[in-house]
Design a protein around this ligand. Structure first.
Ligand code: FAD
Length: 487
């Protein structure tokens, strides 16, 4: 069949919605296994969140670990996830994930994945694993996309795989018996009905949709999600009768500065350095000007949870010029910002303020002035005595004593969403009553981060399950398709 005929074909064994982290491997594996596959992508480009993600993956028992003499096991990985998530992740799904994650990383490895040379390592941006098992590429998510793009091209050349870009899926189709029978899409200005007995929703999360976020996560949204995360799959799934999972597990990522141009967004790259990277000199205050956490708390998980308890989940780092001057090189306060850059941003970039006295600073920043003045006085007294009776901070190197003073606004930010479509262990979507919706499948962030991370962040536990579940599902659907064709 030539490519023109393929473009016009509307009957497939498998229709995959979303050419991102999970959808591409699902389509490749299904096509390689012999299925006729359609991959539809609403954007003009493939890749979805891979264009912006850090792309950290986690796997135990990879050949890269063994070549570096790192001992690890699936059991240890599972124990770490259960510990970090305090047992709140879907145990049946994480067992599948950890048992198959090494194959995912080895698959990338065999296809020339550009590992960052320091990986695998233990990363501290989330509660750490006990073993070096986090991998990422030199170009973060782009390194994964590079391999997937090449494999997708090969699969399109040598197998029955059709890709339609700029083609949003509009609706999951069902036949008279109520069974899923395809998907309708918007292609070249018209609605096209695609027939497919297996439909995979791989459309990502909904961190870029403030309305859906408000409804499902019930928290203020300051988004650093990929812009593809519009929640289409949640709408498609619900309209087809899908139930949800993971509600109530949402956790934000620790502070990010507000985006200088777009209200409601934050820049994930503009964030405070972790305590493990740099013990803080500054204090953190809420809108009342009160401290709310030990700034040197080593556990990022503790800090993220504390952040969810303060008004508007917003805080300001407050410091004086001597503290700023000392925050240089590896000791920078905000990643990538040397002291002179912070000085240049002050009163020029949204959320970054400077004033000669603390009351004026508070007024500029939108903090209660009396609260801030009394908090700084109390903090300085505690520094002089070497004891923080309020929060138990132990790193108390210097007071905040001489202007100019600075305040930088930070928000709890959303990179990923935790609620998603409920699935069983073969990735079939379930109804709210727990019944399988035959023919409808979901993989990737559309199943919700709560499924694989629970009420926590576990390193690599979104990208890796997206890749792994996508591949496993594609393999299974191709086996089903070829069996039904030969019978
Ligand atoms: C800044 C950032 C850093 C992150 N870092 C990490 C990390 O280091 N490790 C980790 O594990 N996780 C990380 N995550 C999360 C992880 O990257 C995502 O959860 C994952 O990539 C999502 O994969 P996906 O396949 O579900 O969605 P995506 O990769 O976003 O793919 C979904 C695709 O579906 C398409 N689509 C949507 N609706 C439709 C429709 N109606 N019709 C057709 N196509 C549609 C989209 O355009 C998109 O191409 C990070 C997220 C962000 C935002």
């Amino acid at each position: 069949m030539n490519s023109q005929e393929r473009q016009e074909e509307t009957a497939y064994d498998v229709a995959v919605i979303g050419a991102g982290t999970a959808g591409i491997p699902a389509a490749i594996a299904a096509a390689q296994g012999g299925a006729r596959v359609l991959l539809v992508e609403k954007d003009s480009l493939i890749g979805g969140t891979l264009h912006v993600t850090g792309g950290h993956m986690a796997a135990a028992g990879t050949r890269r670990q063994s070549s570096r003499g790192i001992e690890d096991s699936v059991e240890q990985h599972l124990a770490d996830i259960r510990r970090i998530s305090q047992g709140t992740a879907r145990d049946d799904l994480i067992q599948i994930q950890v048992a198959n994650a090494a194959d995912t990383v080895d698959w990338l490895d065999e296809r020339g994945f550009a590992f960052a040379p320091e990986t695998p390592r233990i990363v501290y941006g989330h509660e750490p694993y006990t073993v070096a098992r986090t991998y990422y590429g030199k170009d973060e998510g782009q390194s994964i996309l590079e391999v997937l793009r090449a494999e997708l091209e090969k699969a399109r050349e040598s197998h029955d795989l059709t890709l339609w870009t700029s083609t949003p899926a509009l609706e999951i189709r069902k036949d008279d018996t109520g069974r899923v029978c395809g998907v309708s899409v918007f292609k070249n200005g018209q609605e096209v009905d695609v027939d497919a007995p297996s439909v995979v929703i791989a459309t990502g999360g909904f961190g870029a949709d403030s309305e859906l976020f408000e409804e499902l996560e019930g928290a203020p949204l300051v988004s650093a999600s990929g812009r593809a995360a519009t929640g289409d799959g949640i709408h498609l799934g619900r309209a087809a009768g899908a139930g949800l999972q993971g509600q109530g597990t949402y956790l934000p990522t620790f502070g990010g500065l507000p985006d200088p141009k777009t209200p409601g967004r934050a820049n994930w790259s503009d964030r405070q350095r972790l305590t493990s990277e740099r013990p803080p000199l500054e204090i953190y205050v809420n809108t009342d000007g009160k401290r709310w956490v030990a700034e040197d708390e080593p556990s990022i998980d503790e800090k993220e949870r504390a952040l969810t308890t303060i008004p508007q989940r917003t805080f300001w780092t407050v410091f004086d010029d001597a503290m700023l001057e000392a925050s240089t090189g590896a000791l920078e306060m905000v990643v990538g910002c040397e002291p002179d850059q912070v000085r240049a941003m002050a009163n020029n970039r949204v959320g970054v303020h400077r004033a000669d006295d603390l009351s004026e600073l508070a007024a500029l920043a939108g903090i209660d002035p009396e609260g801030l003045v009394s908090t700084v006085a109390r903090y300085n007294d505690q520094v002089a005595r070497g004891v923080d009776e309020d929060f138990g901070r132990t790193h108390l190197p210097m007071p905040i004593e001489k202007g100019p003073y600075y305040a930088i606004r930070n928000h709890a930010i959303t990179l990923v969403t935790f609620t998603g479509l409920d699935i069983d262990t073969d990735f079939t979507v379930r109804s709210a009553a727990g019944e399988r919706i035959e023919g409808l499948y979901a993989v990737g962030e559309v199943i919700g981060a709560g499924a694989t991370c629970g009420n926590s962040f576990c390193s690599g536990m979104l990208v890796t399950p997206a890749l792994t579940f996508g591949r496993l599902l594609g393999e299974r659907l191709s086996a089903g398709a070829t069996a039904s064709r030969s019978s």
